[in-house]
Structure formats: structure tokens, C-alpha cells
Ligand binder design. Sequence first.
Ligand SMILES: [Zn+2]
Length: 497
Amino acid sequence: MSGAESAGSGKEKRRRFEARPGFHVVGHRLALDPNASVLRALASHCGAARVAYNWAVRHVLASWSQRAAEETYGICEAERVPWRSWSLPSLRKAFNEAKHTDPFLRQWWAQNSKEAYNTGLANAAAAFDNYARSRRGERKGVAMGRPRLKSKRKARLACRFTTGTIRLDDRRHIVLPRLGRIRLHENAQPLVDAISAGGMRILSVTVRFERGRWFAVLQTEERRTITPATRPGTAVGIDLGVKTLLVMADSTGKVREVANPKHYDQALTQLRKASRTVSRRRGPDRRTGQAPSRRWEKADAVRNRVHHRVANLRENHLHQATAHIPAEYGTVVVEDLNVKGMVRNRRLSRRISDAAFGELRRQLTYKTQRHGGRLIVADRWMPSSKTCSRCGVVKAKLPLGMRVFECDACGFALDRDANAGHNLAALAVANRETGTGVAGDPGPTLAVVPKPRGAEQKTRTTRTRKGTGTRAAGATPRQRTETRDRRQDTGHEQLVL
Ligand SMILES: [Zn+2]
């Protein structure tokens, strides 16, 4: 669709909420315990958001296809149907007319809060913006497709409230426009206290159905309180792994480990059994239009509960594992792993996904900020596992199966992951002069440190040889021509941004 990019909102101002000085925006997710009538209202509001989204997508795309048709008739540019704007104000204006005239919407639009429709329209405006910006090359990441209709069966249920009566009534109840008082599953007393003390303000609330239950996600503006790390001068290097989730080596030489509980592997037997039951019952078939049987739905719900439990256990364990690291150390060094490349390895993908390295890194990032610390991300090609942490010689090869690092130059032997951790911690020490990351001055919390001359490349994603056995395509360093060990000049070329 040529020219579609120019249609949009016209104004290129993307307004972003700026928190007041000394405050920051924080999300709080609270599980809900809605009663039957609220359950119906929640589903209705989220369905309304989807209908509004689909309405907006059809509304804008109709002008595109009309113009494309007119072009084939040979109608000149000036006489074609004008582009329809997808800015939120113009979508809202058009929708507010349509809801009185459209026979489908007219019957029931008044049953839901206007925020439900606003959710859908705002999401559609963002989707068209993303598409246009992606086509103009202004958007990072994979190319965005043209917005498509959301399916009633597959769309995620979510609805966002930004105005109206939004408050925490007491520690057990939240009040939302139209939905009224909803019971919370958990105790929100800390939030109630913070709000009444003036340290917190609710900006918006999104209700969403996730992992088999309803949640309210409160976006709040919260006073930034920095709890200083107990050892601000000490750095810790973290080696992420599948065998042991975290191996932490600090700059004083102490090594600690956090085990990988492998929640998904633990549940595999249960999942196999549940899946077998599901597949023996009459499931839905889109080709024949066959509806699932009640027994299938029950079995499917049982299987989903296992998946939800695995996800909850994993989330809990990650939070516990990442809570104490930034609380203790002033500087945290992690590797920049190519997780996307690593999960392409068939033999390791399940375990790597289960370990959730990406989420781990995200949590470490914001938790170091909360403790006024510094997170250093080592360069992706830094040979942290292959470098001797005592003399700095880089080994040419270190297969994944080799769990103990043995230095050929000085005879130093140490657990492979601990050795990598020491190397990462040393990286922080080498960069110490650029700032201590002491509490009160968060400063640059994220720094990418370029490699200190190591392997040319750690992974090769194109053309992987067959039959590499247990060697991981993503995790095993494979070098081109380098066969001899070489001495590394540590610390001189490094730089903290
Ligand atoms: Zn050595």
C-alpha cells in the first residue's frame, strides 16, 4: 500500500508519560478473585475492547482497499477516497458516530465502560503507527505486518482503565469504572499505605486474563527509594547456565551457586499424562467445524493448570534468585547471551527456555537500578569461559562437556562456570575507575563492555554441521583458524559507556 505511510496521525509527536522528579513508573500485578457478575463484566469489557479494535482496523483498511480499487479503474489521485486517519482522536470521533448508527454496536455499546472501547481504539492506533514506522525504517526489530483482525477465540482478554473511578478501596478491594468493587486475591495493604502517604499514585489499571485467572496490573507513579547495596564496592560476575542456573563469583574470590530447579522437566511426566487424556477426547476441528466435547475441555483445563503451575514456579524462583544479588553487590556483570540463537539448538532449546535467561537479565537490570548499583553487560564475543582467570591465556577450544577448566599455560584448574564468573567479575574491577555505582547516584546502570580481544566469533548460526552431538550450536565457542593459545591484554582496551 504505497502512500499509506503518509496517512496516519500527521503529528509525529509520540507523547510519553514523564514521571515527576524523584518518582518512577512501576507496575504492580495483583491477582483478582472476582464474583460471578464481575466475571461476566470482565469478559464483556475485554470482548468490547476487541470489537472496537476490529472496528478500527476495518475502518482504516476499508479506505486502503477502496483506493487500491480506484487506482485500477484509472481514477486520478485527487479524486480517490481520502485516506482515513488512524490517530486516536480521529478514530474515537468516528467510533462515537458509528456506535449510534451501526446496528450491531448500537444494541449493546452502552453496557460497557467507554474505557473498553478506548482500549481497542488506542491499540489499533498503535498497531497502525507501528506498521507505518516499521515501513519507514524508523522502528527497530522485525518488520511489522499490517494490522489484522483479532479472533474471538485466540485474542488475549485485556482492558485498560485510565480515567474515572480507579482506587484501592481497602487492602482487599479495588474499584474500577463500571466494574465496581472487585475482591483482590492478595493483600494490597502496602500499596494502600503508600497511596495514603502520598508516595504513590495510580496512573492506570489493566485487567487481564492470564494463566487461568484474572489480574489487575496497576501502573503507578512511585517515589523512587534506593536501598543501597550492602557491599557497594564489591563486584560479582554471573555465569548463566542450564546445569546450574547461576554461578556467581565476586571480586573477593567467593563463589556461590543457585541451582536450576528445571520446573518444566519436573512436570514433563504429568504433562505427558494430561496430554494423552486430551488427545483421546473429542477436540475442536476447524476444518469440519466440530466443537470440542465437554470432556475434552475439562482435560484441556487440567493440562493448562500444569503449564500455569510451571510458569508460576519459574517466576517465583527467578524473583528469589535475582532479589539478593543487587541487594548485596554494587556492580553486577552478566554476559550478553545470544538466547535466540541458543534456542535454535534442538537438544538444548527446552532447557534454555525453561531457564528463562532473558527474564533473568530483565529482572537483574531493574533490581540493580533499585539498589543504585551498576549492571555491566559483557560483550557477546568475550571468551569468558575459555579465558584462564589466573593468567589470562585464552584456550582455543573448550567443549561443553568439559566441566572443569584447565589452563595449559599455568596449570590452573577450576570449575568451568566459576572460572567464567571470575572473568566477568574481573571485567568490573578493570572498569572500576569510571564510577563506583554508589547509592544515590544511579548514573549509567547499563554498560556494554567491548571484548578485550578474544575469539572472532562465539557462535556461527549459518551452516551448522550435522552430528555435532552434545555440542551446542549457540553455546559452544567454535573458532575458525585459531589453534594456538594466545596471551590476552586484559583491561586496557575496555571502556564503560
Ligand atoms: Zn592460566
